[in-house]
Design a protein around this ligand. Structure first.
Ligand code: HEC
Ligand code: HEC
Ligand code: HEC
Length: 195
């Protein structure tokens, strides 16, 4: 049938539609289906077809040429909570998203981490610039969401859960803050030598 390679372009489009249209994730099954109207969080269950997902216009002919997300993302790596691991998908070259509207732009990645230490008894949080700047540009975050200054932002977990700070994206277009705490809280508290 259709190899992943052949559908790279389409997969990238489907992936960016999923990422960019601000889709929440299904906290629970509704009607036995995880992929319910606008809630493609790629867990388990019966797939809702593209033309019935509440996002795409079912009366538009183009909807028929779109590959079903369930096909496109079959076999994509997942994290410990079963959510597609988009960082790995990109690193593994399974998708090749267009860098801009006309495809001529370049991504400007920077590779440095910021460690957040006000984490109560939880492990510290490693915020990695590399993985983010492979998807996003600096102005997606600076200065509106975060002043570009270590310790310069009063980030709290409740703020994140309410959709601020990391929660502007996590829980909407990136893996949710309510699951897989360890993906963010990934640095043991007794790690020495951290800046
Ligand atoms: C998207 C990344 C992310 C995820 C996922 C995440 N956290 Fe956090 N958490 C943070 C950041 C950032 C801070 C703020 C740390 C700081 O200001 O130094 C934080 C702070 C905290 C704090 C400190 C107290 C507070 O309210 O700020 C606790 C406790 C906490 N998180 C628990 C959790 C638990 C439990 C989970 C999983 C259910 C979780 N976190 C998932 C990023 C995350
Ligand atoms: C997804 C959001 C996001 C993106 C995109 C992003 N950053 Fe950041 N940046 C952060 C966060 C979070 C911090 C830490 C803020 C804090 O500690 O309160 C930070 C901190 C910084 C700092 C301060 C470091 C220090 O030690 O004081 C600089 C400089 C910076 N970013 C530059 C950049 C540049 C340049 C780009 C684009 C190539 C970029 N950032 C893209 C989220 C982002
Ligand atoms: C502007 C959007 C945006 C903001 C704000 C943001 N992230 Fe992310 N983050 C993403 C996207 C997009 C990904 C990749 C998709 C995914 O993994 O779901 C990602 C992935 C990650 C990863 C996975 C890295 C890996 O190697 O697997 C971590 C950890 C993370 N973010 C932590 C944070 C923390 C902590 C904050 C807040 C300090 C934050 N992010 C703020 C968009 C954002």
């Amino acid at each position: 049938m259709f190899g992943v390679k052949r559908f790279k372009g389409l997969v990238a489009i489907v992936a960016s539609v999923l990422l960019l249209s601000g889709i929440g994730y299904a906290q629970e099954k509704k009607n036995g289906e995880f992929w319910n109207a606008g809630e493609h969080y790629q867990l388990d269950g019966k797939a809702v077809p593209v033309d019935a997902d509440g996002i795409h216009d079912p009366s538009n002919d183009a909807v028929k040429v779109l590959q079903e997300p369930a096909d496109a993302m079959q076999g994509f790596p997942r994290d410990n909570s079963g959510v597609i691991d988009w960082v790995k998908v990109l690193d593994d070259g399974l998708i090749d998203p267009r860098k801009g509207l006309h495809g001529e732009d370049q991504m400007h990645t920077v590779d440095f981490d910021v460690i957040f230490k006000n984490t109560g008894s939880m492990p510290f949080v490693r915020y990695p610039h590399r993985q983010h700047t492979e998807w996003l540009t600096c102005v997606n975050c600076h200065p509106k969401i975060f002043l570009p200054q270590k310790g310069g932002n009063p980030v709290t977990m409740s703020g994140i859960m309410q959709g601020n700070y990391c929660g502007v994206c996590h829980g909407k277009v990136a893996f949710p803050p309510t699951k897989n705490c360890g993906r963010c809280h990934s640095v043991a508290r007794d790690t020495v030598g951290l800046r």
